[in-house]
Design a protein around this ligand. Structure first.
Ligand code: UDX
Length: 432
C-alpha cells in the first residue's frame, strides 16, 4: 500500500518506519524544511531505541520518503494517518488546532481513489466526526473519503516493540471499506482486533491512559500512608499485587507520572467530563496526587540536604527516551532554583532538551560522578539502568555529604545503611 503520515514524532515516525519495513511505500509529511532535511539524511531527531537503524534501513530501500509537499504524497495514498500533537491548552483541553489544520490541507489534495483518513492523534470524543465534516466540506467533488480513529498505545522507550507486539489494535470506523483496509494493513502484527465506532475508539484511548495514571497515583497515595506509619510500600504493593484481580504492574510509586500523554490526557478527560456535566472529582484527584508526590519529594530535599549544592541524576520523564515534556525533573528543578539551590545535573540523553528550559541556571555534566563534586545530596529522578549498579564507594568519596534522595526506589536501604549513606526513598523508612 501507499501510506502517508502527517507528523514525525514518537508515534508518527515509529509507525511509519515499521509499516515501511513491512514493504509499504510510506510518505511522511512534516512542517519544517530543517527537520525534513535531517530525516532524509537518516537523523530521526528524537531518541528512541532502535529507530535510527530502522530509519536507515528503510531509507536505503526507498520505502520511506519525507516531504513538506502534500501534493507529492496524499493523492497516491490509500491511507493517510494524522499523527500530530494535541498538547494541553492553558485550560487543560486538548489543543486540536493542528489536527483540524492538517485535515483541511488533506482535503485539498485527495486523489480520485477512495482514501481512508486514520487519526492516531489522541483526540476528545467527537473530534473525528469534525474531521469528517471538514473533509466533506473542503474536498473536491470527485473524491471519496472515510475517517477512522486508530488510537496508539505505544510507550516511549519501547515504541518499536510495542508497535510490533500490541495488546490490541483499535479501529473505530463507520465505513466497512475503511475498516477492512486498516485490518489488512495491520495483518503482519499480532494482538486482538477491536473494531468499533468512532466515539468508542476515541474514549478507549483516554480511558486507558487515565487508568494507568490512576494506578500510579494510587501507588503514590499508599506511599504517603507508608511514610507516615513506618510501613514499606514495596512490601505492601507486592503483597497486594499478588491478588490477580489487582496485579502489581504499573504501580511503582515515585516522583509522579510525566511525559507527553498521561498528564495531558487526564486533564483533557477532566475537561471533557466538565463539558458533559459529569462529576470529574476523581480525575482531578489523580492529578492532585501526582502533584503532591512531586511536592512531597521536594520537601525531602529541602529538609535533609545539608547545603544548597545538590546533584540530580535522571532528567527525562522515564528511562530510554530523551523526552522531558512534563518530566518531574522540570518541576523539581524549578522549585529548587526558587529556593536558591545550585544544581548539577546528569542524564544519558536528556541534557539538550533540559538546557532549552533552564539554560545556564544549572550546570550540566557528561559524567555522572563529575556532577557529584562537592554535592550535599544526590537526587535520583529517572531509573536509568546505568544508575542501578554504580560505584557507591566512589559516590561517597566524591560527595561532600553522603546523602541520596531516591525518587525511584532503585537502591536497597539495607545496603545504603551498610555503606554509611543517609538514604531517603519513596514510601520506605529513611536511613538516617
Ligand atoms: C503512556 C502509555 O503507557 C501508552 O500506552 C500511551 O500510548 C502513551 O502514554 P508513555 O507516556 O510513553 O506511555 O510512558 P509510561 O511508560 O506510561 O510512563 C508514564 C509516566 O508514568 C512516567 O513518568 C513513568 O515514570 C511513570 N510511572 C510509570 C510511574 O511513576 N510508575 C509506574 O508504575 C509506571
Amino acid at each position: 500500500m501507499t501510506l502517508t503520515f502527517i507528523g514525525h514524532g514518537y508515534v508518527g515516525l515509529v509507525t511509519a518506519c515499521i509499516l515501511a519495513d513491512f514493504g509499504n511505500n510510506v510518505w511522511v509529511i512534516g512542517h519544517t524544511q530543517e527537520k525534513i532535511d535531517r530525516l532524509k539524511k537518516g537523523d530521526p531527531i528524537i531518541f528512541e531505541p532502535g529507530l535510527t537503524e530502522l530509519l536507515h534501513k528503510n531509507l536505503k530501500a526507498n520505502r520511506i520518503r519525507f516531504t513538506l509537499d502534500y501534493d507529492q504524497a496524499i493523492p497516491q495514498s490509500q491511507i493517510v494517518f494524522i499523527a500530530v500533537g494535541t498538547p494541553s491548552t492553558n485550560g487543560g483541553d486538548a489543543d486540536l488546532s493542528a489536527v483540524f489544520k492538517v485535515a483541511k490541507r488533506i482535503a485539498k489534495h485527495l486523489g480520485t481513489e477512495f482514501t481512508t483518513i486514520s487519526c492516531k492523534s489522541t483526540v476528545p470524543v467527537g473530534t473525528n466526526k469534525k474531521i469528517e465534516s471538514i473533509l466533506q466540506a473542503e474536498k473536491g467533488r470527485n473524491t471519496s473519503v472515510a475517517v477512522a480513529s486508530c488510537p496508539e498505545f505505544l510507550r516511549e522507550g519501547s515504541a518499536i516493540y510495542d508497535t510490533l507486539n500490541p495488546d490490541r489494535i483499535v479501529i473505530g470506523c463507520d465505513s466497512k471499506k475503511a475498516a477492512d483496509l486498516l485490518l489488512e494493513l495491520h495483518r503482519p502484527i499480532n494482538g486482538k482486533r477491536v473494531v468499533t465506532d468512532l466515539a468508542s475508539a476515541e474514549l478507549i484511548k483516554y480511558t486507558a491512559n487515565a487508568m494507568l495514571a490512576t494506578k500510579i497515583s494510587f501507588a503514590n497515595l499508599i506511599s504517603f500512608f507508608c511514610e507516615k506509619t513506618g510501613a514499606d510500600v514495596e512490601n505492601v504493593l507486592d503483597a497486594v499485587g499478588l491478588d490477580k484481580r489487582i496485579g502489581r504492574i504499573f504501580m511503582d510509586p515515585g516522583v509522579g507520572y510525566g511525559g507527553s500523554c498521561l498528564p495531558k490526557d487526564v486533564r483533557a478527560l477532566t475537561r471533557m467530563g466538565f463539558n458533559l456535566n459529569i462529576n470529574t472529582d476523581f480525575l482531578e484527584n489523580i492529578n492532585d496526587i501526582n502533584i503532591s508526590a512531586q511536592k512531597y519529594f521536594i520537601q525531602k530535599i529541602l529538609n535533609n540536604a545539608k547545603s544548597k549544592k545538590v546533584t540530580i541524576w535522571g532528567l527525562t520523564f522515564k528511562p530510554n527516551t530523551d523526552d522531558v515534556r512534563e518530566a518531574p525533573s522540570l518541576f523539581i528543578i524549578s522549585a529548587l532554583l526558587k529556593n536558591k539551590y545550585k544544581i548539577s545535573v546528569y542524564d544519558p540523553v536528556g541534557i539538550s532538551n533540559v538546557k532549552q528550559e533552564f539554560g545556564d541556571r544549572i550546570k550540566y555534566f557528561e559524567d555522572p560522578y563529575g556532577a557529584l563534586q562537592d554535592s550535599s545530596a544526590l537526587i535520583i529522578l529517572t531509573e536509568w539502568n546505568e544508575f542501578r549498579q554504580v560505584d557507591l564507594g566512589k559516590i561517597k568519596k566524591t560527595m561532600r555529604h553522603p546523602l541520596i534522595i531516591d525518587g525511584r526506589n532503585i537502591y536497597n536501604p539495607d545496603l545504603m545503611k551498610k555503606l554509611g549513606f543517609k538514604y531517603y526513598s519513596v514510601g520506605r523508612k529513611p536511613i538516617k
